[in-house]
Design a protein around this ligand. Structure first.
Ligand code: ZN
Ligand code: ZN
Length: 331
């Protein structure tokens, strides 16, 4: 689908889901096309890319650059295969690039660190084996390799038709980037801003000390850009960036309030809190115990991210007692 003159959106499927897609974008240019994000590494996804390219009357061989917004498997997964097929260069932010091998190849340490984090934050011993391995299935849909180009905030990526400014927007992942076309006034946002989903921000062994604080700063960094179109990594293209960002900020404030309410009746671990606040899953509000194992882990690590921000804001205190990290309300 041609979204703007010379900008095509291709929907690539997620493994095992009939309703969840990754949007990848082909940016036409006389001296080579730029592909933004790659989708999962699966035959279905590669086929969708090929069909999309064909429908746009373009050729796979003309893809010269693959720019990855962030390390997650639904964005990065297929990039190595595309490089093998087209000889394209893969580009991503240096910070996410450094996490590729520890996450997707030699991941034993990461699994151990995740287990330790979950244990410290109150997850019961009997749930740890399941929780610590909850994301390993995704590794099957990623071919890890070092990118050819390491990006930094402020870098420029161009073909002879478009010029993008790399905006480093850490939070959803530590090396997340958005691509801003200043002259044509549109932005590719990856998972930083989506139309109808609040992007997940979790504290994990590969995140910064305060990923939600980073995320909110990254929202503020882009909120007043003059853009007519936002091209996200999932869901529909939209406009009114400022309004959308305001709503996402409100969602996080609401979650912080829910967390503070749970702390007013006692000291709690992140796991205790995650059990007491509502979560969204399967299109509605869902109790923690009814979530699948991956969503339960995300609920715990998202709760920790909110608690880190609340700690930074001096609204909660944090102490280690009896081997667990406990939080206490300070207001
Ligand atoms: Zn993501
Ligand atoms: Zn995504």
């Amino acid at each position: 689908m041609e979204i703007l003159n010379g900008v095509h959106q291709i929907k690539t499927p997620a493994p095992g889901s009939a309703s969840w897609y990754t949007n990848i974008y082909v940016i036409e240019g006389g001296d080579g096309h730029i592909l933004v994000d790659s989708g999962w590494d699966s035959q279905e996804s590669l086929w969708a890319l090929q069909e999309g390219i064909k429908a746009a009357n373009l050729k796979l061989r003309d893809i010269k650059k693959v720019v990855i917004t962030h390390i997650h498997p639904d964005h990065y997964g297929l990039s190595t295969k595309i490089k093998q097929i087209c000889g394209a260069q893969v580009a991503m932010h240096r910070i996410d690039a450094d996490f590729i091998f520890p996450r997707y190849k030699d991941f034993a340490d990461l699994v151990k660190q995740t287990e330790e984090l979950l244990r410290q934050n109150g997850a019961p011993a009997e749930e740890l084996p399941q929780l610590k391995e909850a994301s390993l299935w995704a590794n099957k849909y990623v071919t890890p390799d070092s990118p050819e180009v390491m990006l930094e905030d402020g870098d420029t990526i161009s073909n002879d038709s478009f010029e993008f400014e790399v905006l480093w927007t850490p939070g959803h992942s530590p090396g997340h980037i958005c691509l801003y076309e200043r002259e044509r006034r549109f932005i590719l946002t990856g998972d930083h801003v989506l139309y109808d989903t609040t992007p997940r921000v979790s504290f994990n062994p590969q995140s910064s000390d305060n990923p939600l604080g980073d995320y909110i700063s990254s929202l503020k960094k882009i909120e007043s850009l003059r853009v007519h179109f936002i091209l996200p990594g999932h869901g529909p293209v939209f406009n009114a960036l400022g309004l959308r960002i305001e709503k996402i900020l409100q969602d996080h404030e609401e979650r912080k309030r829910a967390i503070m309410r749970t702390l007013h009746d006692g000291l709690k671990t992140a796991y205790d809190i995650a059990q007491q606040i509502p979560w969204m899953a399967n299109g509605g509000s869902t109790a923690f115990r009814d979530l699948g194992v991956w969503d339960r882990r995300m609920a715990i690590t998202e709760t920790i991210a909110h608690l880190k921000l609340l700690t930074e804001e001096d609204r909660v205190g944090n102490v280690d007692m009896d081997g667990a990290s406990l939080y206490i309300a300070k207001d």
